[in-house]
Ligand binder design. Structure first.
Ligand code: 48C
Length: 380
């Protein structure tokens, strides 16, 4: 009876045991197959079917999947926009040069669509640094400069005003809306105004390396004795840009006030030169501005060692730089004007104009005015 029970039990048990072990086997086979599939897939994506190089074999299977930078590029598309179609046979301006022989655009009113540009730059969440020097008595220009910039400069974009000054206490608290701020940078002052003007290159270079590179994408470097009077937006931004001097946009190259003494590093012979660029308005990406300011500062130091200073100081070195490192964008005199000049027909906008100054007024900090009697900043 015992035996028969045992037999009965074993008969009933066997199929169950068989069932369990086959399940287990099936499960292990599945894992094994899955493992093989994964290893093959891994091999396929890391080395590819056609790779036979020694390194590939040696690296395998430690190499991480080969994800190219191109695979990580963000997809950026503009929203649907309605605007006038650009017309190949009907250029927007025929009265002015719109592009240089090296294919850099010259920015004039009517040649660009700011809505398209704003959409592009908003997508990139662009941050702009506006550098300005207010050394010694020039602090008097700062308030108007920032007030007018708040109305016209890069409206709707992130802006850091980098104010270089030797008198931080003269600058009151300036509160700005979200995304815009004033950063005061205390720097030494120099006796001669020429030295103050020239040393801007060194200071912009040093702060580009230490600070600006971490905080902004583009730098715009301008004079402070100016005011904004019309829109200046992202249309000005590019790798490296300069601005046509309002006194020389129509002059022939031999009349430009380039440095003409061969002893100076800023020397440019009369048969060379594209444009005469203003010292008080240039910019670009932080690395490009670093290269530009580093070059100009080093050339100035070389001249200093040789006892020579270029005729128009930093402006002369800037012009030399742009002759052999062509700017990728050029701003028309709309972006730098002096109301002491008669306004020509082609000048549709005056976006950034000189504040006429009387040196006594500045020294005494009396109110500045636009008196036509004051000598124009850009007149030579
Ligand atoms: O901040 C000063 N203080 C000065 O004493 C002389 C110049 N400057 C800065 O250099 C200002 O930012 C000026 O706008 C800039 C260029 N200098 C000029 O335009 C003067 N007319 C020389």
């Amino acid at each position: 009876m015992c035996m028969s029970r045992l037999l009965r039990t074993s008969r009933t048990m066997q199929p169950e045991r068989y069932d369990k072990s086959s399940k287990r086997k099936f499960f292990y086979s599945l894992i094994y197959i899955l493992f093989l599939v994964m290893v093959s897939f891994y091999w396929f994506i890391t080395r590819g079917p056609s790779s036979h190089s020694q390194t590939a074999i040696l690296c395998y299977p430690l190499t991480l999947p080969n994800i190219s930078r191109l695979d990580l590029l963000p997809e950026r598309a503009l929203e649907r926009m309605l605007y006038e179609q650009p017309k190949t046979m009907n250029p927007p301006r025929t009265d002015v040069l719109m592009v240089t022989p090296w294919f850099a655009p010259i920015v004039w009113d009517g040649t660009y669509n700011i809505d398209i540009l704003n959409a592009q730059f908003h997508q990139r969440n662009v941050r702009v640094g506006l550098t300005v020097f207010a050394i010694k008595k020039y602090t008097v220009f700062l308030q108007r400069f920032i007030e007018t910039a708040e109305k016209f400069f890069m409206v709707g974009h992130k802006v850091n005003y980098y104010v270089f000054t030797d008198r931080p206490n003269d600058i009151g608290n300036i509160s700005l809306p979200e995304g815009r701020k004033v950063v005061i940078l205390e720097v030494p002052s120099y006796k001669r105004w020429q030295e103050v003007s020239m040393r801007r290159m060194e200071m912009i270079r040093d702060y580009s390396q230490q600070r600006f590179i971490h905080e902004v994408d583009f730098l715009v470097c301008v004079d402070v004795d100016m005011r904004f009077s019309d829109e200046v937006g992202v249309e000005i931004l590019g790798d490296v840009f300069g601005t046509l001097h309002p006194g020389f946009y129509a002059a022939s190259r031999d009349r430009f006030t380039y440095e003409r003494r061969k002893q100076s590093t800023a020397y440019i012979p009369p048969d060379e030169g594209d444009f005469y660029y203003a010292g008080g308005y240039f910019g670009g990406t932080v690395p490009e501005v670093y290269k530009l300011t580093n070059y100009c500062h080093n050339e100035m130091l070389t001249d200093k060692r040789n006892g020579i200073e270029a005729i128009w100081h930093d402006e002369s070195y800037l012009n030399k730089y742009f002759l052999y490192h062509k700017p990728t964008k050029i701003l028309s005199p709309e972006y730098l004007w002096d109301n002491g000049y008669a306004v020509p027909q082609f000048l549709k906008r005056r976006r950034f104009v000189a504040v006429p100054k009387n040196h006594n007024e500045i020294r005494n900090k009396r109110a500045l005015n636009d008196s036509p009697k004051s000598r124009g900043k850009f007149h030579r």
